[in-house]
Ligand binder design. Structure first.
Ligand SMILES: NC(=O)c1ccc[n+]([C@@H]2O[C@H](COP(=O)([O-])OP(=O)(O)OC[C@H]3O[C@@H](n4cnc5c(N)ncnc54)[C@H](OP(=O)(O)O)[C@@H]3O)[C@@H](O)[C@H]2O)c1
Length: 199
């Protein structure tokens, strides 16, 4: 299984640190020449590989850590996304009418046509997601929502490897709304920094 993070801003770097902590290789891409941020990826860890967008989207599992407005441009990097799992870590406060009344992840799912889409890793501020998820004797919770149970399980297994405690919320338009931002309203679980104790 291969992994990529698209976007290397606050959230992309927080995700990269989680991969580095776990020693899992992940490609990272932005709009820039990978050489321009290679020293930054190297500082995070040797498993963080700077690549072009065209190279990075060859991965099996792709995290979207770009601004919501940029996702259509990323989607155009491949003619189709069949066989890929896309993890939507984005939030948007775009007004509802701009999203045709859809949850933002449903809009993203349309853009990445054919992909299995999982909404996740989006509910914490970057400064919290950035930290070691082993905290206070437990593991930091990440929420996952998807209309594809197998994809949610796949990303749940990855979240465990990254040291988080994943909690599946169900479909995008059901439990997923708890972690969706829409207009000026935030889903009830957004920004809730929860720790799961396994004892
Ligand atoms: N910041 C938070 O606390 C937080 C918390 C939860 C969720 N989120 C969500 O996470 C997403 C990223 O937020 P952020 O704060 O990390 O943003 P950011 O710091 O502005 O980083 C955005 C990254 O995306 C890259 N990018 C822009 N257009 C791109 C394209 N077409 N292809 C590839 N890369 C592209 C940018 O790189 P270049 O422009 O250099 O190419 C930059 O590395 C947003 O959707 C946000 O809503 C943020």
């Amino acid at each position: 299984m291969s992994y990529a993070i698209i976007g290397f801003g606050k959230i992309g770097q927080a995700l990269a640190k989680a991969f580095a902590r776990s020693g899992i290789e992940v490609s990272v891409a932005t709009t820039r020449d990978p050489a321009s941020f290679a020293s930054h990826t190297a500082a995070i860890g040797p498993t963080i590989i700077p690549q072009t967008l065209a190279e990075a989207v060859k991965a099996d599992i792709i995290f979207l850590a770009v601004r919501f407005e940029s996702h259509p441009e990323v989607a155009r990097a491949l003619p189709g996304w069949k066989g890929k799992t896309v993890v939507d870590a984005m939030n948007t406060q775009a007004p509802l009418d701009e999203l045709n009344g859809l949850p933002s992840s449903a809009v993203v799912a349309k853009a990445f046509s054919g992909a299995k889409l999982v909404k996740g890793f989006n509910h914490l501020v970057a400064a919290v997601l950035d930290q070691d998820p082993s905290a206070h004797g437990g593991r930091r919770v990440v929420f996952l929502a998807s209309d594809d149970d197998r994809a949610a399980a796949e990303i749940g297994a990855l979240a465990e490897k990254l040291g988080f405690a994943p909690i599946k919320l169900g479909g995008l338009s059901e439990g997923g709304l708890l972690v969706h931002a829409r207009g000026n309203s935030w889903g009830q679980l957004i920004f809730k920094d929860l720790i799961k104790f396994d004892r």
